[in-house]
Design a protein around this ligand. Structure first.
Ligand code: KIV
Length: 271
């Protein structure tokens, strides 16, 4: 099985839609990889859906690194992208290459960075260090406090033009694709047309070159919020809860484990 390369993702533009899902552990990574998803993103949404934190910027570098390593162990084919956590590039942009290299050593083939004031500096530095970069514009959760909250971005002309400028800047700096989060589909379509590199949308309509969802949203596992753009393909929250209820019932009624599920020896032990 051939490992997906950055060049394979670039070639899909205008030919085939790109699929990307977030993932945080070995077992899920193996399933997504076998199913054939193109890109597996170890998203910093880890903070919310796995670690129960309120903001993505609270996740540590160590936490992201451990989960990246676990995901990479389960992947043979898909391209693995590690999300750079806030602390690894926005706090001190000069340190970005040091942290990004650790993600590559842990098994990622690329890193993702969200747009922020010093984004161009960071992307330049990473690419100079031969680290492939995916950009992320629109609703950027790490700096959500500067965007007026979790709101659709680029609705008026000024902010739309600003997002087009950010996308072009990132392309010129050499990123291999850009996530467009929570922007009107008309704007996402225009940005997609203007760029040579693929766009991957989340809450950005179906004209993007690819689509990404947070795995725990797709599987209905994360119930705290459900944005309009999420499609829950199957409600595993209920499946898991019902399975747990069955286990509890069986244990309480002494139905689990059965003889078949127990070890035996030739001797009966007496007191
Ligand atoms: O962290 C994440 O899950 C993401 C996706 C929403 C693109 O950045």
């Amino acid at each position: 099985m051939d490992k997906t390369k950055i060049s394979d993702i670039l070639k899909k533009k205008d030919k085939e839609k790109i699929t990307m899902l977030t993932c945080y552990d070995y077992s899920f990574a193996k399933i997504l990889d076998e199913a054939g998803v193109d890109i597996i993103l170890v998203g910093d949404s880890l903070a919310n859906v796995v670690l129960g934190m309120s903001e993505t910027r609270k996740v540590s570098f160590g936490e992201m690194l451990n989960h990246t390593r676990a995901v990479a162990m389960g992947v043979e084919r898909a391209l693995v992208v590690a999300d750079m956590p806030y602390v690894s590039y926005q706090k001190d942009p000069k340190e970005c290459a040091y942290y990004a290299k650790k993600f590559i050593e842990a098994g990622a083939q690329a890193v993702k960075v969200e747009w922020f004031r010093d984004c161009a500096y960071v992307v330049k530095r990473l690419i100079k260090n031969k680290i492939p970069v995916m950009g992320h514009i629109g609703l950027t959760p790490q700096t959500v406090h500067l965007l007026g909250g979790y709101k659709v971005q680029g609705k008026d002309e000024e902010s739309a033009l600003n997002l087009i400028k950010q996308a072009k800047t990132l392309q010129d700096l050499g990123v291999f694709s850009i996530v467009l989060e929570c922007i009107p589909y008309q704007l996402a379509s225009l940005i997609t047309e203007k760029l040579k590199i693929p766009t991957i949308g989340i809450g950005a309509g179906n004209k993007c070159d690819g689509q990404v969802l947070v795995l725990y949203d797709l599987l209905g596992l994360y119930k705290k919020i459900k944005p309009k753009f999420v499609r829950v393909y199957k409600d595993f929250y209920c499946e898991i809860k019902n399975t747990t209820l069955e286990f509890i019932k069986d244990v309480k009624k002494r139905k689990f484990p059965s003889r078949k599920e127990s070890f035996s020896c030739s001797k009966e032990f007496s007191r």
